[in-house]
Ligand binder design. Sequence first.
Ligand code: IVH
Length: 676
Amino acid sequence: MDKNLIQKEYKEKVKSLKYYNQRYYNDNTSEISDSEYDDLKKNIIELEKKYKFLKSTNSPSITIGYKPSKNFKKISHKVPMLSLANAFTKEDLVNFEKKILNFLSKSKNTTISYTAEPKIDGISASLTYLNGKLVYGLSRGDGKEGEDITANLSTIKDIPKIILTKDFPEEIDVRGEVFIQNSDFKALKDNFANPRNAASGSLRQKNPEDTKKIPLKFIAYTFGFVKGLKVNNQYDFLNKLTEWGFKTNPLNRLISGIDNLFINYNEIEKKRADLNFDIDGIVYKVNDFALQNRLGFVANAPRWAIAHKFSSNKGISKILDIDIQIGRTGALTPVAKIKPINIGGVLVSNATLHNEDEINRKDIRIGDTVTVERAGDVIPHILSVDFKKRAKTYKKFIFPNKCPSCGSKTIKEFNLITKKKDAVRRCSSEGYDCEKIAIEKLKHFVSKEAFNIDGFGKKIVENFWKLNLIKFPQDIFSLDYNKIEKLDGWGRLSVQNLRFSITVKKKISLERFIYALGIRHIGFENAKLLSKYFGSFAKFKDLSNNNKYNDLINIDGIGETQVSSIKNFFLNRANLKILHELGKILSISNAVSIKKDGLLINKTFLVTGKLNGISRAEIKSLIEENSGTTVSSVSKKLDYLIIGDNPTKKKVLNAKELKIKIINHDQFLKMLNKTS
Ligand code: IVH
């Protein structure tokens, strides 16, 4: 690579880092996430390592932070306030320990004890005590010189002003983190972007009375200069801090070995969302002070400590393309195809864009650099666009006015309830004419709550559709098994199994049948209401002859939206043909009238876990047919918790606590004098 180019890239990166530092330390704002900042810094250090000619005295690996604000008097730290190296993976931790053992020339099997201290994301401060009296408090500043923020720090209740304990050192700089609890931050949300900014902003108020208004906390974790300290390890030091009247983190632990550090890390990461303060990792420190002294420092960080960072749930990527997916109801959902990025250990290459309005609101374009968020099991989505990185050539995204699957016009419907046009654009074709809609309808038809055909998964539906084996639901019951047997991945046995699964499902209840048709706005609950109302398949089908759609509005629970949707369904000739054909093939049982004096009268049930051979919807119907009720959570009102495989532990535990009867599927069937 060209030396000039490398130099240019390096300089640009250092310039950005300086800019972010200045924003962070002087303006109390962070324009990028912590992990992006860490990445940028890591990048610079890597470049320096690779190309020795780059390093200068200005390097961020030597200087820390940004010069303190001019508002406050500057005072030198007697012992510099250093920074910590970061670890992201278990491998990083293994290397951290390897280096320590090498440095100390100890064997690989030596056990080292560490303190594991959750790393609070706040503002560090150094408090100097002389003969038990707080004399001044400094911010970190550039690590060498801090700002004198004594007056502001003095307003914090957690900071002792006088310490009379006998063994308190004659002189000590107690260092720790100033932060704001998440619950207190809620009240200040409108003024600051996050709790860290709120803490920083409040600490830097010119008038301490303003600082006092914001409930700041202080947690102590280390010391700078010290004279007369009588402990010889970090864990004892943390305990001493509490004896002296400081707050320490209740989640601090003493741990030996990397494996155990990792277990603790995972446990704390799980608790992270429930904590009242933000943490961005765990700090590990070699416990023994004698070893710490031997290990010393590299550049601006100690060899004996490291920050094990939590993975961020955000990342920056580029939009390569925008794909339009078509759902069962014809809804066009835009999906951003992004340059794959690892977010929290998951490789993300798609992000939903929700709908046309969302694209317009955020002005998202192909080529854009965007921040992507992935939270829990939710589909990743685009948080924001970096407009600075947008090239003039990136064109506004025009949402298709023709369905990409069948070419029909796409429309935005008028919503009867909101009295507004929908945000969602839909394909206007009549279901089975549009390939994508047809495939999605067939997937729905065989799905769990509908026909529940074992082994007939989504991939098989797609495959059979492409091979012209199924185009309409009725085709499922007259499959060409000879042809299937010859397909890749199929054999005699699997074909036999499929045939069996399909044959047994020819017998179906009216409610499931209605649900399986996939009429828009008719979910399982509505299908049940319709089934009860019509009573039989014949009566349901007759709706197309007698046109008594308006009568349906009398069904409790059915509204105008549903009625108009049912009407549209029956006005479609393809649907009528499907009803006619299926009527010939299937045995659709009449709706069972719910007994008012069934075996489960006055009994409430809740199901948790997977039951064998029966879906949630089916068991719910069974309970209701026998006069029982189902509830959605464990409470005193619950009589029976039915458990299957992998039940939700919390539900079982709560039920045990409330002494609720816990039964399995067989015991439940026995209550109905049935066996599985
Ligand atoms: S020890 C030489 N302990 O993390 C040791 N720091 O990147 C330096 N932090 O500036 C600090 N919790 O703001 C230490 N238990 C903890 C910490 C902690 C949070 C912050 C602190 C420091 C930064 C290091």
